[in-house]
Design a protein around this ligand. Structure first.
Ligand code: BES
Ligand code: ZN
Length: 399
């Protein structure tokens, strides 16, 4: 009943058509939307003009925040570039072409993988999905971000050795909308290697959004799953006293659902400061195994770096207990695209093919207890992949 009511509300607000019956017209309902006002706990101006880009070769267009929300409801993907007027980073500032040698650190990687468990992922996701919404322009979105920041500090305090603690910095990358992105850096043991070969980055987005942003959005799969997947990767590395040779960073982006706003701000700032990024791998939706399908790691092949993606396939074969499957996600699908646009190498691992992915996202049903298709064991496979990627690329400095 609740689901039905919320989809009806969605239809009414956004001007959807239910079958042949036109429930409402968007221009009419926009009046209702406005007159009912933005609820308490949200800071949002539906009439604000935003500059968005819907395809690589399209000219950016100005639309209102309301039109942006509607476009997303209709399944259109976009970069919101209002605050990040892009420039292409000169290719010369990219590190020379990477060779991606065959994985050769199996012993080290497998000792860390042996430490990974679903226990922390379950309790972390339970808490993370208990916020009404993690919408980037909501009060609860700010609270969930502060909770995540604090959880990362707690994990650091509990699992990092004193020598490792000294190499770790945890910062908030602030954004004007209130929910900040989070950056955890483990400094590499070799300053020269770090500068020459660049920082190794894994990311996930911490925000969630209902199609109607004011409605609840537990965001268990999208992208609570990726958030706790990389958190477990971090915990596992600390517990094994991992010290990288190159710098390693974990990013939890804000406002992916608003049009990749957080990751664009971070990537643009790194590009402007000419930070050498070795590569970036995104984890967005890692939990769902559709009933009746083979459990697989989806490897996104569009809007990614082909060589890095091929390396990720090799890592799946080496370190995961399940096979990979290629899939596509489209333009501006998740935060890896912000890094690609800034001129960096990026890749994207996802729970399945696009067709077999979780259809509950952006609704009140994106819950970890909705179905046994939501699998923490599946998420753990992505933590293994992330551990393999980090150690194989950033190295391990054994003292
Ligand atoms: N996790 C989704 C992308 C996704 C959706 C992957 C379905 C696989 C299946 C992501 O959080 C998202 O919602 N992206 C937006 C685009 C964004 C830039 C507005 C989308 O797909 O609408
Ligand atoms: Zn989403």
């Amino acid at each position: 009943m609740r689901v039905f009511l919320s989809s009806l509300l969605c239809a009414a607000i956004l001007g959807y058509r239910a079958g042949a019956v036109v429930i409402d017209d968007f221009s009419m309902t926009s009046q209702k939307f406005l007159s009912s006002g933005v609820p308490e706990g949200f800071t949002l101006d539906l009439n604000e003009e935003r500059l968005v880009q819907f395809a690589e070769d399209d000219k950016p267009v100005w639309i209102t925040e309301r039109e942006k929300i509607r476009a997303k409801a209709l399944g259109r993907k976009f970069f919101d570039i209002t605050h990040t007027p892009w420039f292409k980073r000169p290719p010369t500032s990219l590190a020379p072409s990477l060779a991606y040698p065959a994985p050769d650190k199996q012993n080290l990687v497998n000792t860390v993988i042996a430490n990974l468990t679903v226990d922390g992922m379950i309790s972390n996701l339970q808490k993370f999905t208990s916020f009404r919404t993690r919408y980037y322009r909501s009060e609860t979105g700010k609270e969930s971000q502060k909770w995540l920041l604090n959880r990362i500090s707690e994990i650091t305090a509990e699992y990092a050795s004193p020598s490792l603690t000294y190499l770790i910095t945890l910062t908030e990358f602030t954004h004007p909308w209130g929910q900040n992105s989070i950056i955890l850096k483990i400094k590499g043991a070799s300053e020269a290697a770090a500068v020459e070969n660049g920082t190794v980055v894994i990311g996930a987005h911490q925000d969630s959004a209902n199609t109607i942003p004011f409605l609840p959005a537990p965001g268990a799969d999208d992208d609570g799953s990726g958030t706790v997947t990389i958190l477990e990767t971090y915990r596992g590395l600390l517990a094994s006293n991992y010290t990288p040779v190159q710098d390693v960073e974990f990013h939890w982006y804000s406002a992916e659902e608003g049009g990749l706003l957080g990751s664009q701000a971070v990537a643009q700032s790194y590009a402007q400061e000419n930070v050498n990024i070795h590569s970036m791998v995104q984890f967005d939706m890692t939990a769902w195994v559709k009933r009746g399908t083979r459990e697989e790691i989806g490897i996104v092949t569009d809007y990614v770096d082909a060589d890095l993606t091929e390396f990720i396939r090799t890592l799946v074969n080496t370190y995961c207990g399940i096979p990979y499957v290629d899939t596509q996600c489209g333009y501006a699908c998740s935060d890896h695209a912000s890094w690609g646009k800034a001129g960096y190498r990026s890749a994207f691992g996802i729970e399945s093919t696009f067709d077999n992915s979780d259809k509950n996202i952006h609704s009140t049903n994106d819950r970890m207890d909705i179905s046994d298709e939501f699998s923490f064991d599946h998420m753990l496979e992505f933590s293994k992949l992330a551990v393999g990627y980090i150690i194989e690329t950033a190295g391990w400095s054994k003292l």
